[in-house]
Design a protein around this ligand. Structure first.
Ligand SMILES: Nc1nc2c(c(=O)[nH]1)N[C@H]1C(S)=C(S)[C@@H](COP(=O)(O)OP(=O)(O)OC[C@H]3O[C@@H](n4cnc5c(=O)[nH]c(N)nc54)[C@H](O)[C@@H]3O)O[C@H]1N2
Ligand SMILES: Nc1nc2c(c(=O)[nH]1)N[C@H]1C(S)=C(S)[C@@H](COP(=O)(O)OP(=O)(O)OC[C@H]3O[C@@H](n4cnc5c(=O)[nH]c(N)nc54)[C@H](O)[C@@H]3O)O[C@H]1N2
Ligand code: SF4
Ligand SMILES: [Mo]
Length: 702
């Protein structure tokens, strides 16, 4: 058999691993890491290796399906793409005409290849009713960085400037375990950890990097901002500030000094349940070991003060002079010439400003949380259930499984039943897709041509379509086709997806094929850019005191807020629910609710886990491997106890997004171990509207 190898880039997660796709004739037989890749250097994780299993999975959706029986009865009829797109175009045109475009809604999951095209479609059609998960993922850190210094800083782990980080703080991020996050490669990060002189880990779980860390700070979940404020306090108090940077390139330092006076390590110790001396040591180590960087993660996005925490962590980097220096937290230079994938997208996912003010005002959440990048999901679902301010008629869900990944899923289920027309684009019939009227089979990354530009931080990767399985189609081709049928040609001026890719590359002077030959474009890194260019903020400086937040009535200097359900906020409740629950630490083998049907991955990780300390378990009569109930004031779920002293005694950690494809449709057991059942309507973060997914009270029993 003739074997050939095609260079591509993996997309079993957000990526950035370059890989080799091995084919026998026209069949993909394996995927391996590309040792020549400058950004991943041969790294591949179990999900990446399992790509062919996803591609050829017997349960994969291969054709468009139309619902035949009652909603959720699992009776389907195979139809052609022509019929599917014809039906969809006709329904959407009718809704726009009869009720107005706001009666159509869209929902997307986390950043996947469709990112940017979904919003473009929604806003071109004219609906403000776009929702998703960004308010609890990445966006809080991104928008705060954008306002504070113009760009998201990332750890300088590649040593382009001739220096590696001497001190690394791993803060609420488990990238060496997940494989990648936020456009950084876990394999490369591990190498940087090995080179660092000092490593500090801030996580209630003793993750791998904590095993050899100089300091592990297992804080009470949801209290990161208090810790960060106390570290700022210590650094100022002990005269460890980089005055040259602060005096010349920041605003508001004098106000910061006043602001953090009360936030002593003793104050933070009471909140975080850490030792004040450890907080001092962390602050000193970070400030005294340049160059230093902070690898922050998703835990920062899910507290009751996530924007505030992100701001505090940016200030920590600034006052220690670690911004944009070799080995610090740097602002990447993207490669030139590659065109922005979606001019309809301005700041992140918003772009709502492209709607007329009248149309934007029809958004279902009316008075929005000031920084929420889309319709606030709880308001979105409530509006459908209650018909207030009105009930949308149709919804298109692309790449999301909201019954598993969003809070209050019983309400979401109710809402999905009330819709007149639900379309779901996915790889599988998930519990969410089971409730659709029309299901569209999406192409996997092995079936896509792409100029991979999501993390336009520093590199743009090539991805090459190598196979076609069934009639699965690239989501973007579907969006383009539908847009043309609906007359949205101004927003979608390209004839086809391939046309669009060619357009994106035009200024590079390369054809798509030439780009694939090259495989990657990397920006030419320059450091200390602020010395000539300043920062892209209103003042041109890094805004310790944020003028944008001030204008938006958001605290211009970071403040700590207690989680809404906690031993301090709700002490009465804490008597009945004595443990602190953190949820959704990402699983190495699975991407959120994906992969449970992929045999090689499921074998490695068969059950939904609750991590619990052996002493806590013993006091509750629980043994390793027992099935236990995890209960919050909202609901209870069933999980398998995993006893480990890698978690602190008063905290338990539950995995998220579990369903059981091997169970009976249409539910596939989605109610059994779904951690989001434990979250109802609570107080949301007032700046951005996120749920406190990393800190709530619970009890655990057999
Ligand atoms: N309690 C709790 N909840 C959480 C979290 C937590 O930590 N705790 N984490 C949150 C975070 S960070 C995120 S990002 C969200 C994730 O939320 P979602 O993005 O909704 O994640 P998934 O459950 O993986 O849903 C993705 C679905 O899309 C399908 N899919 C995958 N790729 C494609 C594609 O390219 N095209 C199409 N059409 N379909 C595709 C998959 O088969 C799957 O069914 O969950 C959030 N939910
Ligand atoms: N394999 C795999 N990779 C993924 C994903 C996946 O589902 N699977 N999802 C992708 C997505 S969308 C995202 S957003 C990223 C997220 O990936 P990361 O940014 O690494 O975030 P998480 O794994 O969600 O959580 C990181 C750590 O936060 C800790 N933690 C829990 N509560 C707290 C707290 O209150 N404070 C602090 N400081 N730490 C806390 C957890 O113990 C965990 O070790 O991963 C991406 N990569
Ligand atoms: S970390 Fe992500 S991009 Fe890299 S191999 Fe794993 S799934 Fe693929
Ligand atoms: Mo995420």
């Amino acid at each position: 058999m003739r074997e050939r190898v095609v260079k591509s880039s993996c997309r079993m997660c957000h990526g950035v691993c370059q890989v080799l796709v091995h084919l026998e004739e026209d069949r993909v037989i394996k995927v391996t890491g590309d040792p020549d890749s400058p950004i991943s250097r041969g790294y591949i994780c179990p999900k990446g290796k399992a790509s062919p299993e996803l591609l050829y999975h017997p349960d994969r959706l291969l054709y468009p399906l139309r619902r035949m029986g009652k909603r959720g009865e699992n009776k389907w009829k195979r139809i052609s793409w022509e019929e599917a797109l014809g039906e969809m175009a006709q329904r959407l045109a009718a809704i726009r005409e009869e009720s107005g475009p706001e009666y159509f809604g869209m929902l997307q999951g986390t950043g996947r290849p469709y990112h940017g095209y979904t919003t473009r479609f929604a806003f071109a059609y004219g609906t403000p009713n776009f929702t998703g998960v960004a308010h609890v993922c990445y966006y809080p850190r991104w928008i705060t960085s954008f306002f504070t210094l113009g760009q998201l800083p990332v750890c300088d782990i590649y040593g382009f400037g001739g220096e590696y980080p001497a001190c690394i703080i791993v803060w609420g991020c488990n990238i060496t375990h997940t494989g990648a996050s936020d456009g950084m490669c876990g394999g490369m990060f591990r190498r940087a950890l090995e080179k660092a002189k000092k490593v500090i880990v801030i996580d209630p779980r003793r993750i791998k990097p904590a095993e050899r860390a100089d300091l592990w700070l297992p804080l009470r979940p949801g209290t990161d901002c208090a810790l960060a404020l106390a570290m700022i306090h210590t650094i100022i108090n002990e005269g460890l500030v980089d005055r040259e940077f602060v005096d010349n390139y920041t605003t508001g330092y004098e106000r910061l000094i006043e602001h953090v006076k009360p936030f002593t390590p003793e104050w933070a110790a009471d909140i975080t349940w850490l030792n004040p001396e450890d907080i001092r040591i962390a602050a000193r180590t970070y400030a005294n070991t340049p160059p230093a960087c902070i690898q922050w993660g998703n835990a920062i996005d899910m507290s009751h003060c996530n924007v505030q925490t992100a701001h505090a962590l940016l200030i920590l980097r600034a006052i220690t002079g670690n911004i944009d220096r070799p080995g610090g937290d740097v602002l990447w230079v993207p490669p030139s010439g590659v065109r922005q994938r979606s001019p309809f997208m301005d700041i992140g996912m918003t772009g709502i400003q492209f709607l007329s003010p009248e149309q934007a005002a029809k958004a279902l959440d009316g008075k929005r949380y000031p920084l929420c990048p889309c319709v606030h999901p709880p308001a979105f679902w409530r509006s459908i259930v209650e018909g207030d301010p009105y009930r949308i008629r149709a919804l298109w869900i692309m790449g999301s499984n909201p019954l598993l990944t969003m809070t209050n899923p019983l309400r979401i289920e109710k809402a999905l039943h009330l819709l007149e027309y639900l379309v779901v684009s996915d790889f599988f019939l998930t519990p969410t897709a089971q409730l659709a009227d029309l299901v569209l089979p999406a192409a996997t990354w092995l079936e896509q041509d792409d100029v991979v530009n999501l993390h336009k931080i520093w590199c743009v990767l090539a991805r090459r379509k190598v196979v076609q399985v069934g009639e699965a189609r690239d989501d973007r081709e579907v969006i383009f086709e539908l847009a043309h049928r609906l007359g949205l040609d101004a927003a979608f001026p390209w004839k086809s997806w391939r046309d669009h890719l060619q357009w994106a590359l035009e200024d590079t002077g390369m054809s798509f094929d030439q780009f694939c030959e090259k495989g990657i474009l990397i920006g030419k890194m320059r450091y200390h850019k602020y010395r000539e260019e300043g920062f892209a903020t209103p003042s041109g400086k890094l805004e310790i005191y944020s003028s944008i937040f001030e204008n938006m009535k958001i605290s211009p200097l970071p403040i700590y807020r207690e989680p809404p359900i906690s031993p301090f906020a709700t002490p009465e409740m804490a008597k009945r629910f004595p443990l602190i629950l953190t949820t959704g630490a990402k699983i190495r083998e699975f991407f959120h609710s994906e992969g449970r049907q992929i045999a090689s991955l499921r074998r490695r990780h068969p059950d939904p886990r609750l991590e619990i300390h052996p002493e806590t378990a013993a006091s509750l009569g629980i043994e390793d491997g027992d099935w236990v109930w995890v209960e919050t004031p909202q609901d209870r779920i069933y999980m398998r106890a995993h006893l480990t002293d890698d978690i602190i005694p008063h905290v338990v950690s539950a995995e998220h997004a579990w369903w059981f494809p091997e169970d009976e449709p249409p539910e596939y057991g989605w109610r059994r171990s779904n951690v989001n059942l434990l979250f109802g309507d609570t107080e949301y973060d007032p700046d951005i509207g996120s749920e406190s997914l990393r800190s709530i009270l619970c009890r655990v029993y057999k």
